[in-house]
Design a protein around this ligand. Structure first.
Ligand SMILES: Nc1ncnc2c1ncn2[C@@H]1O[C@H](COP(=O)(O)OP(=O)(O)OP(=O)(O)O)[C@@H](O)[C@H]1O
Length: 289
């Protein structure tokens, strides 16, 4: 990989409003200033989808980006509240970050008191070598595998990822508009190739703009874009969908909630066909029942 492929220019950069706030202030803001926007929504997803249960050992995947750094702090808060008896591990996979990115990850985790375990995977190099035309797909698959393996090695039964509300609705819209199917990103799922591990997404109800507010107001500089492979090479459909939803929201402010709720309110009497497991069904299969 040559230096000119380094990422950064194509990604939106989150610039903090202020100096980094003291740790205690940052932690307190989660349950005070951002109680409704962050804390309540985190707990809601955990309760509603039963994401964390007694005796769990959760590996929290921290990339150093704004979402997963906040997730780490939310988990620490959940543990501090002590209602559920569970254990935490914080893991970061270094896919071959630029050294300045790795240093930023370490500095942020130290400052925020997140006891991170970093491990190397060399995924950037592999994706660049074996999948020049579709590095993002390969990178994402290998990343998931590397995180599951590490979680398993640490004796965890859950792997938590920092996907949030906007990731969810963007996924729904990407599937409807580009793939012609209706599929959402699930709040939890059982890992196919890693027995005994579940993937959980506790930030399911948290809106990205609130994560941004929290991050900026507390003076945190997250890793914005650390990709060393695809940087600017790949047209980002997800980014286009994000912009589309923003436009739609100007005309109908609850459009994001409607997109989300559509996945909770599928009416099986008014649908032409669906898939369950490997089997496909048509409404006609049940028409005369
Ligand atoms: N290198 C990594 N090490 C550990 N976890 C990771 C890594 N990359 C991604 N993840 C996990 O996967 C989630 C989704 O990754 P994605 O690249 O879509 O991040 P993102 O939407 O930019 O979120 P973040 O702000 O946390 O980076 C992250 O929130 C994090 O939990």
């Amino acid at each position: 990989m040559s230096e000119n492929k380094l990422a950064g220019t194509g990604c939106p950069i989150l610039v903090p409003f202020s100096e980094r706030k003291p740790l205690e202030e940052i932690e307190r803001s989660i349950i005070k200033t951002y109680r409704n926007k962050l804390w309540t929504k985190f707990v809601k997803a955990i309760d509603e989808f039963k994401l964390v249960e007694e005796g769990d050992r959760v590996a929290v995947a921290v990339s150093g980006g704004k979402d997963s750094m906040l997730m780490a702090k939310l988990f620490q808060e959940l543990k501090r509240h002590g209602k559920i008896n569970f254990e935490l591990e914080f893991i970061a996979m270094d896919p071959g970050y630029h050294e300045s990115i790795r240093a930023l990850l370490i500095d942020n985790c130290n400052y925020l008191n997140i006891p991170i375990k970093i491990f190397e995977s060399g995924i950037f190099e592999v994706a660049d070598r074996i999948a020049k035309d579709y590095p993002c797909y390969m990178c994402a698959r290998m990343r998931r595998g590397a995180l599951y393996s590490k979680a398993k090695e640490l004796g965890c039964n859950k792997l938590a990822l920092g996907h949030h509300f906007n990731d969810v609705i963007e996924t729904i819209m990407l599937n409807v508009l580009y793939s012609g199917n209706f599929k959402t990103m699930m709040p939890k799922l059982k890992a196919e190739n890693f027995e005994g591990i579940e993937l959980i997404r506790p930030m399911y109800y948290i809106e990205e703009r609130h994560i941004e507010q929290f991050t900026k107001a507390n003076g945190i500089w997250p890793i914005n874009c650390a990709c060393m492979v695809a940087a600017e090479k790949i047209a980002n459909k997800r980014y286009e969908i994000k912009e589309l939803i923003k436009e739609l929201k100007k005309k109908f402010s609850d459009v994001d909630k409607s997109i989300f709720n559509a996945s909770k309110n599928v009416n099986m009497d008014c649908i032409l066909g669906w898939k369950k497991g490997d089997k496909k069904y048509s409404f006609l299969d049940f028409y005369d029942e």
